[in-house]
Write a protein that binds this ligand. Structure first.
Ligand code: ADP
Length: 502
């Protein structure tokens, strides 16, 4: 397909036409120059259309240049026409310009020299005009199709234009019903009304303002309003352009979510209280059973009876285990009930304290626990000590030979990842997630003592700090328990879910 631009040169004087065609062909190599010297050729060529520009003499053997202008415009209103005529046609040219003529050039030696540049200018301007018209048409279409309402308003807030979507969002059928009214009057909150008017009067931008809109039917819609000033170099802010988005659906979903979160929070709190009270109150009778059991044993009341003595030993073992479970359930509930605000914590101190609490276990296992450079981060120190104590304690407990435990931290921009790695028995892949649940144990108490709550406490502590915890392991190859703590206090929630990706 031939994409070259085409110029139609209309002149009944063969010499003038030949000269004009010559300069145009020489200077505008990217254009095809077509000529029309009589009415017949012109009427054959014009309807073919597609000309980038038509250059015409005024005085023609069969009529005049203004008639040519008219014919061209009737076929293609966008096609620019240049009048190239002898001097003395200024009045005609003025009339032509009124009717859509793109340029007027006087014939003569200077005129012939200027003709190619003038043609190129006219073609370029017409292409720009076409592009901007197309852009504005697609903008118009977009604003009509989109749910986003757009508007133009004065600095006093009075609307001078509103898109159909804008009218719909405000509860009107047509934009005409909205134009002329004040933007602020649609907002249901008087403080926001005043805020919008004050910003616009001062030439300030209004950005993503969420406001209620009272519709004519009485129902309330929620919108997000943005309006920016259009500034003229000389006159300052001349008007406002803006957009309004209907966010009623989102607001409704947010409200439902927050209501659900409140209900959940309340029932969670009640559960905490319940766990606390139950475990606390259970301690007393249990301690009594244990105390009387020991009294019986000390009295030697069962010494003669071997079975009774065995039963009693078993009963005392059970009460000890139950006591340990109650203590752990209490510790679990205390993660929230006895939480302290976060403050900078030196993790070397944390690990040192955890190690002091674990001295007996370290000595008994003959294990080695080493740690590298550890950071200072905002956290609840007592909870961090408990977290490390549980993880190191497990690393020593679930051992295979002499335990070797290594603690290290990897610092990143937003978070710090801690790891407690051991050379112990390892964990089968299929159980690697469930061990963080309450009472989840992979062994009997006879194999390894414990209650199955230690890791659930670790998880709760880490999540309260806005982080997450996981384990990497292979049976027989040891395990590594990792957890993250956000570096920034603001990222750490009081309880709640960890920030995605932290
Ligand atoms: P407990 O230690 O009281 O059993 P935890 O909640 O601390 O309870 O651990 C749950 C289970 O996860 C343990 O019973 C054990 O099977 C497994 N586990 C935890 N830590 C390790 C570890 N370092 N190596 C191997 N298994 C582990």
């Amino acid at each position: 397909m031939n994409n070259r631009l085409r110029v139609l040169l209309v002149d009944s004087d063969p010499n003038d036409r030949a000269l004009a065609a010559l300069v145009l062909r020489r200077e505008l190599s990217e254009f095809d120059i077509e000529e029309a010297g009589d009415a017949l050729v012109l009427s054959a060529r014009l309807p073919r259309g597609g000309y980038a520009v038509v250059v015409t003499e005024y005085r023609l053997a069969w009529g005049d240049g203004l008639q040519v202008l008219e014919s061209v415009k009737s076929l293609d209103p966008d096609c620019p026409v240049v009048l190239f005529a002898s001097a003395g046609n200024e009045a005609v040219a003025a009339e032509g310009l009124r009717r859509g003529l793109a340029a007027y050039l006087v014939k003569g030696s200077a005129g012939y020299l200027e003709l190619p540049a003038a043609v190129r200018r006219v073609v370029e301007r017409s292409a720009e005009l076409r592009a901007s018209r197309e852009a504005s048409a697609s903008y118009q279409r977009l604003t009509e199709e989109l749910a986003l309402g757009t508007f133009t308003a004065g600095t006093d807030g009075r609307l001078s234009r509103a898109s159909p979507a804008m009218a719909r969002i405000l509860g009107f059928e047509k934009p005409d019903l909205v134009v002329g009214q004040n933007l602020a009057d649609f907002l249901s909150d008087e403080t926001l009304q005043a805020q919008v008017l004050a910003s616009m009067a001062r030439g300030r931008e209004v950005r993503d303002l969420e406001a209620g809109v009272r519709r004519p039917g009485g129902d309330l819609a929620w919108v997000s309003l943005t309006a920016w000033p259009v500034v003229d170099a000389a006159a300052g802010v001349i008007r406002y352009e803006g957009a309004v988005q209907d966010i009623s659906g989102r607001r409704q979903a947010e409200r439902e979510l927050s209501e659900r979160a409140t209900v959940l929070g309340r029932s969670n709190e009640e559960l905490q209280q319940f766990a606390y009270v139950i475990s606390h109150d259970l301690q007393e009778p249990l301690q009594l059973i244990s105390r009387y059991g020991r009294l019986l044993a000390n009295h030697g009341a069962t010494a003669a009876d071997e079975d009774a003595s065995r039963y009693l030993a078993h009963l005392l073992q059970c009460t000890d285990h139950m006591q340990a479970m109650i203590n752990d359930v209490l510790a679990y509930a205390r993660v929230d009930t006895q939480a302290k605000p976060f403050a900078p914590v030196d993790f070397v101190e944390v690990v040192t304290k955890a190690m002091a609490n674990l001295k007996a276990a370290v000595d008994e296992s003959g294990g080695q626990v080493g740690w590298e450079r550890l950071p200072v981060l905002p956290a609840d120190e007592a909870q961090m000590v408990q977290l490390f104590q549980n993880l190191i304690g497990n690393a020593l407990k679930f051992r295979r030979g002499r335990p070797q435990v290594r603690i290290f931290a990897v610092e990143e921009a937003k978070r710090c990842t801690f790891a407690v790695a051991d050379n112990g028995i390892g964990i089968p892949q299929e159980h690697i997630e469930r061990i963080f649940g309450m009472f989840q144990r992979l062994h009997t108490a006879a194999e390894y003592p414990g209650t199955g709550i230690g890791l659930a406490i670790c998880k709760r502590i880490v999540e309260r700090h806005g982080g997450r915890i996981w384990a990497v392991s292979e049976p027989g190859q040891g395990s590594t328990f990792c957890f993250t703590i956000p570096r920034n206090l603001a990222q750490a929630g009081w309880i709640g879910a960890p920030e995605p990706g932290v």
